[in-house]
Design a protein around this ligand. Structure first.
Ligand SMILES: Nc1ncnc2c1ncn2[C@@H]1O[C@H](COP(=O)(O)OP(=O)(O)O)[C@@H](O)[C@H]1O
Ligand SMILES: [Mg+2]
Length: 153
């Protein structure tokens, strides 16, 4: 019997480059982005300190129905949140020294599980696996201005 083909088609309206003029705008973009996410997606966030990664994750979590506070998880490797549409894992690799691979970090169970993963400081990974979601790149352009590029991987 022929295998059933699963359509990989997705809405691409969220992809591309945007400039936000305030933290609130980045929160809103995160919330809009969250609507496109599917269970099992991984979102790799890249960019320097203060470029808006955690702000974006906060917006996404809110859009995903997480109640309560999402903080930067710099001191904890993985924070788990329960949203209306499932679990969210917020992984922050800031404290890692040198580039590492996630197999040695023991992150596979989160990354390749059912929930949606946000990986901050994805720059710290040796390699970013493809076919699992999105890369979101942040750039500081001014006090309140950030460039945010979203691409599928
Ligand atoms: N357009 C903007 N988008 C995101 N954050 C902004 C923006 N303008 C100002 N900010 C401020 O910049 C800081 C971004 O911090 P954060 O999201 O924690 O960055 P990161 O996680 O990349 O280190 C916050 O204090 C936020 O209020
Ligand atoms: Mg952060």
């Amino acid at each position: 019997m022929a295998k059933k083909r699963i359509s990989k088609k997705r809405d691409s309206s969220i992809l591309g480059r945007r400039i936000t003029g305030s933290a609130e705008e980045t929160l809103r973009l995160g919330a809009e982005f969250a609507k496109k996410l599917k269970q099992g997606d991984i979102v790799f966030l890249k960019g320097k300190l203060g470029s808006g990664k955690t702000t974006f994750v906060k917006g996404s979590a809110k859009g995903f129905g997480v109640r309560g506070l999402v903080r930067s998880s710099s001191f904890i490797l993985v924070s788990e949140y329960k949203g209306r549409r499932g679990r969210i894992y917020h992984i922050d690799l800031y404290r890692l020294k040198g580039n590492r691979d996630f197999e040695n970090l023991g992150l596979e169970e989160f990354l390749f599980g059912e929930g949606i993963c946000f990986v901050e400081w994805a720059d710290r990974l040796d390699e970013i696996p493809s076919n699992y979601g999105y890369i979101v790149k942040f750039k500081w352009l001014g006090d309140n201005k950030r460039e945010i590029k979203i691409k599928r991987i």
